[in-house]
Design a protein around this ligand. Structure first.
Ligand code: ADP
Ligand code: MG
Ligand code: ZN
Length: 608
């Protein structure tokens, strides 16, 4: 049960108790006296009245006796006296004797006023309860709406956000253009029989603007935006999640073309094996299955595009990312310096900035910050300015805001110029060697923006085709690229850093496989030296087959080392011979943080 539902239940229970108490008080102290007690008289008074002939008529119920006086008597016939009836066997005889008109009555005549006395005060209480529930549930009809999709509440919202509101994600926007074109004119695509990806998965660190981007895509295409968050499903009763998914797609189909956005999809789409050990995941699994069947169930030409967002793509169930479902993944990275500048500009548009404000400088010193951090900085700075009673935000406000955000961040500290220079040469080394070696895959992108996974920079290579076979030379070149970061550091600074740790890990693993498993060294020959590999190959941790002599084991170590050292030498020589290109790449990397493959080509010439 969600926190909100629990809060509502508790409120309702207290409210009912308080309401009943209030009505009871009302009944006892106000209503009853008005109707009943004022005219209630003791039995003895009734008997006296009867004996003295003052009574006009009497009506008898099992519990009470009601009577009125004769005209001209005290109180007259307008007042009905009532008496609690006591056991009096002579009563009937007495009434006959005095000759008053008397009749028996059914007790029910007494219930109507009682009911009215309860119902009338209850009415306003119920109305108030409804209003409060509406408030607490943001428009949900209290507990009644549990099974209905949250998407219904914002049914097909027109977001009104566009790419102009998104900074630093130009490449991603280009990738989404096709989808926007499709949503705008589905006929143009379906006429040719073209199939568009059904699902697009936005992958990136928290706060990089995935949700914003999805909304902007809907805004650009001018189509309704249905959104639901995976975490909404987690806390639901069995069957509710699946029902919500069904609901969501039903509505989407009615409003097509449109975008269905499933935020934080890892909450439902976690692979069945990686989800917790505890068996509480039936609900999640049902929801996932419903989602999969819905994604399969509608025609692509309907004009529905499903977008998902996650910061943990690796945990997603394979079924979710296979063709026909989320078959296109788009990486949403941390912004570059230029991107950060754009984001800062977007978020400071409505803020009055002081004359000393230099957004370029802010962008420069906020390496590793996500878009949400930057938005946060501007906002914090504006708050600080308000507190100072100033008319504008000054650079000092920004600096203070950055400090606050950094203190609360811990994810990435801004890098000093010295560290940036070091990283630029390290990554530049990888990129240049990768670019120059003939069999190496072309460089796609080099970056010195720290990643959310802890790497300080990365070089992405883009294979031109799927590789099924790799030659020894190709593997040796790979080793050289792995070691080129270290090579550049030593060449330029005459010193090494910890930045090469994971490069060395990958290189050692590959070299060891070449020696013990692929038979690629002359010293050890085409012999397999590892034990039968388990289903997952453990790389450098793979155990040598039992019966391998200590001398051979030593030789394996030596050969692994030789391969790696050769690769290091090769990288160093290449970088030495192309030092000018390395310097230029490093310089540009420090300036822009990200370089594309084309820029590397421009600096170092065509990839052979
Ligand atoms: P995510 O979904 O990736 O965690 P969000 O889209 O929720 O990130 O981003 C949170 C907020 O941060 C956005 O509402 C926006 O104000 C700001 N933001 C993040 N990235 C950007 C960006 N690229 N351009 C402009 N604003 C951004
Ligand atoms: Mg989000
Ligand atoms: Zn490296």
């Amino acid at each position: 049960m969600s926190k909100q539902t629990r809060r509502r239940l508790i409120f309702s229970m207290l409210y009912v108790l308080a309401g009943l108490a209030a009505i009871w008080l009302f009944q006892t102290f106000l209503f009853r006296p008005m109707v009943v007690r004022e005219t209630q008289v003791p039995y003895s008074t009734f008997l006296t009245d009867l004996d003295e002939g003052r009574i006009e008529s009497v009506s008898l119920t099992p519990g009470r006796i009601y009577y009125v006086h004769l005209e001209g008597e005290e109180n007259g016939p307008e007042t009905t006296f009532n008496v609690v009836r006591i056991a009096d066997p002579d009563l009937t005889q007495r009434l006959i004797d005095t000759g008053v008109r008397f009749a028996g009555e059914e007790p029910s005549s007494n219930i109507l006023p009682t009911m009215v006395g309860w119902l009338i005060p209850m009415l306003p209480l119920v109305v108030i309860w409804f209003l409060v529930m509406r408030r607490m549930g943001k428009g949900g009809g209290g507990l009644l709406s549990l099974g209905k999709s949250k998407a219904r509440e914002i049914s097909g919202e027109m977001t009104g956000v566009g790419f102009a509101d998104v900074g630093g994600l130009d490449e991603v926007e280009v990738e989404l253009k096709e989808i926007i074109a499709f949503l705008k004119e589905p006929e143009r695509f379906t006429r040719l029989g073209a199939k568009l990806p059904r699902g697009v998965l936005l992958v990136g660190a928290p706060g990089t603007g995935k949700t914003l981007l999805a909304r902007a895509t809907a805004g650009e295409a001018e189509v309704p935006f249905f959104s639901i968050s995976g975490s909404d499903f987690v806390e639901m009763f069995i069957g509710v999640g699946a029902a919500r998914v069904r609901d969501l797609f039903e509505q989407a189909k009615a409003k097509a073309p449109c975008i269905v956005f499933i935020d934080e999809i890892d909450a439902i789409g976690q692979s069945r094996s990686t989800a917790g050990v505890i068996r509480t995941n039936d609900e999640r699994e049902q929801t996932l299955n419903q989602l999969l069947s819905e994604m399969d169930g509608f025609e692509t030409n309907l004009g529905i595009v499903i977008m998902g967002a996650t910061n943990r793509p690796e945990v997603l169930d394979k079924a979710l990312v296979r063709p026909g479902r989320f078959d296109r993944q788009i990486q949403v990275g941390l912004p570059s310096e230029k991107g950060r500048r754009e984001i800062l500009e977007i978020h400071s548009a409505g803020v009055s900035l002081g004359p000393d404000m230099d957004l370029s400088r802010v962008a420069r010193i906020t390496s590793g910050f996500a878009g949400s951090d930057l938005a946060n900085i501007i906002n914090e700075a504006a708050l600080l300015a308000v507190r100072r009673d100033s008319d504008w935000v000054s650079m000092a406000d920004i600096d203070q805001a950055i400090e606050r955000v950094v203190a609360g961040l811990q994810r990435n500290l801004p890098l000093s110029d010295e560290v940036k220079r070091w990283l630029a040469y390290h990554e530049g080394g990888h990129a240049l060697v990768g670019h120059l070696l003939p069999h190496s895959d072309p460089i796609h992108k080099v970056s010195i923006i720290p990643t959310s996974k802890g790497a300080l920079g990365y070089t992405m290579q883009m294979p031109e085709e799927d590789r099924y076979l790799l030659t020894r030379e190709e593997l040796n070149e790979r080793l050289a690229v792995f070691l080129a970061g270290r090579a550049a550091e030593v060449l330029v600074f005459g010193e090494m850093s910890t930045g090469a740790a994971s490069d060395l890990e990958k290189a050692s693993e590959l070299a060891r496989r070449m020696v013990t498993e692929l038979g690629m060294t002359d010293a050890l020959g085409p012999v397999r030296y590892v034990a039968q590999p388990s289903t997952t190959y453990l790389g450098s941790q793979a155990v040598l087959r039992s019966g391998v002599s200590p001398e051979t084991a030593t030789l394996v170590d030596q050969e692994v080392r030789r391969l790696i050292e050769e690769a290091l030498r090769r990288g160093t020589e290449l970088l030495h011979s192309r030092r000018a290109a390395l310097d230029e790449i490093a310089r540009l990397l420090q300036e822009r943080e990200v370089l594309s493959g084309e820029e590397i080509t421009r600096i170092a010439g065509e990839h052979p």
